[in-house]
Design a protein around this ligand. Sequence first.
Ligand code: AMP
Ligand code: ZN
Length: 115
Amino acid sequence: MSHDPNCLFCKIVAGQLPSRKVYEDESLLAFHDIHPWAPVHVLIVPKQHIAMMSDLGPEHAPLLGAMAVLAPKLMRELGVTNGFRTVINTGPDGGQEVYHLHMHVMGGPRPWLKG
Ligand code: AMP
Ligand code: ZN
């Protein structure tokens, strides 16, 4: 499994940096965003280092499918009952800041700080 020693989320996956973990399996990790935009704001990341969505190939379809299926499960478990927002930022114009693929999943009563 590829790992980039300079990547923030690879360090979180490896346990070298702390996170408030909400879910883990063999291929995915989910944790609370450190600067939440919404009452509930988690990030779902693949454990393998994939920098961004534009690096995906057909072989990653099951991984992305697993991320998409995990989002509603986590929202249910975290008490989000009135809908949620999913966002994947890609590249500079997409507003991506951390270059390790991640899905933002945000929910909870509005107003939100952002988004
Ligand atoms: P993006 O702009 O899509 O790359 O989003 C990166 C997200 O990672 C932002 O929402 C940050 O608040 C979040 N973030 C950055 N560092 C950490 C960290 N150490 N733990 C949890 N979330 C983080
Ligand atoms: Zn990484």
